[in-house]
Design a protein around this ligand. Structure first.
Ligand code: ATP
Length: 522
């Protein structure tokens, strides 16, 4: 992960936001190559999801919507994470990511609990808890083996949910004062000492702002935490104007904002991010499970089409018990990031909850008249929702490789390569004149470069030897390099095409180059 973050910065893919002021946690900027890469991901999705389908239309709705939208959608009341504060360090933690385990010492053959160890959720949380417990025991001056309650470590999340979970869940477990007392026994991860953690409380993740000149309760509005509500709120407008017929979808790409308590893992969880969401409306008596499965398959195939390896993808079905009451089922497509297997794309079958909520709150009917059955009903929906930034991080992680290769003289050297699919690579082709001081070579290279530039993102480079120029392009994921040499200008006009992954070279004509690009970049 460190190597990927370093490359992202060095080659201008991703910078910390406001870096000159020390950065701003949870916000990122995309540099020249990152902006291209991100745009390509967006364009591929929009082309495949909207333009190349007859049953899906695209819209663009505003980021700040009427505050009643978020009341009706349930976000004002329920878009919360459980938050725990450390009163000493002023750090904040998500209670469901703060793990703890009781620590025991053996004394005269009896187990004696000496306190709790805590750690923040990670792939290695059990190891971190054991290390924290080990530290505790050393402080007692004892040198006997330490053990944490193995069951608690294994159960991890279950333990925290039962004892430090969201307040709403705790009401039946114990009284508020019991919870507060209990939280004081858990060491703060910041200080390593118990006593400073508060009991968990619900924290709404929506960013608030005020619209208009007044800053009072009546002017409060929110930055949208998802783009989906735009599609529900505009459902009637699209039906009335879009000449759409069930089943059909409404898609949107745009920024969303969540005041995440613990933004982390680089751009994986940030506070400002971009979503690509689609609401696929189906009849009330359609087979939702089949439609849901079809969308899961569509999403997986799309990820493969932009170059993510099948070996890194898996599915996670949300347990029925944890689904919202209206939800029929949610499946996440998971991706194996260097920091663990995490959600990339969520595909939810949401019934007709959202449209009904807005119908009730706005007083405007959301029914659809089905010509075929002559029936009026509120359609159900399947929602594939994905983050652009999470896809971008996935393609960076899957594409990154360091290899030993031989240069022209047979010496072994390191090459760093990003194996981006040509569909999303920020630069499609690099054009080199063999020598920069030969006017005819330079002129032909510049001519080809200009011609390619009309359709594709291309890069012209004349500095350094060809091997160095290849390495620079490998590192930013350019699939092909072409070199204009003396054969080009003195003989048949062909040039050398060098392929990034195989590093093989062959001679091709200009027409063949354009045909190759046409086939691979779509
Ligand atoms: P998580 O459980 O990881 O917080 P979520 O289940 O809340 O995600 P959804 O509300 O389903 O996420 O949002 C749909 C998609 O938007 C996610 O699958 C993810 O790709 C993306 N996404 C959500 N939150 C963030 C974030 N803070 N930063 C970047 N992308 C995000």
């Amino acid at each position: 992960m460190d190597a990927i973050v370093a490359l992202a910065k060095r080659r201008g893919f991703i910078f910390q936001s406001s870096e000159i002021y020390g950065g701003f946690n949870g916000f990122f900027d995309y540099g020249p190559l990152g902006a291209e890469l991100k745009k390509n991901i967006r364009d591929c999705w929009w082309n495949d999801m909207v333009r190349r389908r007859d049953d899906i239309v695209g819209i663009e709705t505003s980021i700040i919507m009427h505050p009643k939208v978020w009341e009706a959608s349930g976000h004002v009341a329920g878009f919360t994470d459980p938050l725990v504060d450390c009163k000493v360090s002023k750090q904040r933690y998500r209670a469901d990511q703060l793990f703890f385990a009781p620590v025991f010492l053996m004394e005269n053959g009896l187990e004696k609990q000496i306190g709790y160890a805590s750690a923040i959720e990670s792939e290695d949380v059990a190891r971190d808890l054991a290390a924290a417990a080990d530290k505790m025991i050393r402080r007692t001056g004892r040198r006997v083996p330490v053990f944490t309650d193995a069951a608690a470590v294994a159960a991890g999340n279950a333990a925290i949910h039962a004892r430090l979970g969201p307040i709403a869940d705790l009401a039946s477990v114990s009284s508020r004062s019991d919870i507060e007392e209990f939280a004081k026994q858990i060491p703060s991860p910041a200080t390593g000492e118990p006593g400073s953690l508060t009991a968990p409380r619900s924290f709404n993740m929506m960013f608030q702002t005020n619209v208009g000149a007044m800053t009072d309760a009546s002017s409060v509005a929110y930055l949208r935490p998802e783009t989906a509500q735009g599609m529900f709120v505009d459902f009637k407008n699209v039906v009335d104007t879009g000449r759409v017929k069930l089943p059909f979808g409404i898609a949107q790409i745009g920024k969303s904002f969540r005041n995440e308590i613990t933004p982390r893992n680089f751009i994986f969880r940030s506070r400002e991010f971009e979503q690509m969401e689609m609401e696929y409306f189906i009849s009330e008596d359609a087979d939702w499970a089949t439609a849901h499965r079809q969308w899961i398959e569509w999403c997986k195939n799309w990820l493969l089409s932009i170059g993510l390896p099948a070996s890194h993808l898996s599915e996670y079905d949300h347990p029925k018990a944890k689904l919202a009451f209206y939800s029929k089922g949610t499946t996440d497509i998971m991706f194996r990031y260097p920091f663990g297997v995490q959600e990339l794309w969520g595909i939810a079958a949401r019934g007709n909850y959202d449209l009904n909520q807005h119908a009730t709150a706005s007083g405007k009917p959301m029914e659809y008249f089905d010509e075929a059955s002559k029936k009026k009903f509120v359609p159900h929906v399947i929602e594939p929702a994905v983050g652009v930034d999470r896809i971008l991080l996935a393609v960076l992680c899957a594409g990154y490789a360091e290899e030993d290769v031989k240069d022209e003289k047979g010496n072994v050297e390191k090459r760093t390569v990003l194996r981006f699919s040509p569909r999303i690579a920020p630069v499609k082709v690099a054009v080199f004149p063999l020598l920069k001081n030969k006017e005819a070579l330079v002129a032909r290279a510049k001519e080809l470069h200009a011609k390619l530039q009309r359709k594709y993102a291309v890069f012209y480079d004349e500095t350094g030897n060809i091997g160095k120029r290849y390495r620079r392009q490998d590192e930013i994921g350019t699939p092909w390099c072409v070199t204009i040499d003396f054969e080009t200008i003195e003989q048949d006009g062909t040039f050398t095409l060098r392929e990034r992954d195989s590093m093989t070279q062959k001679r091709i004509t200009e027409a063949e180059l354009f045909a190759l690009l046409d086939e691979q970049v779509y």
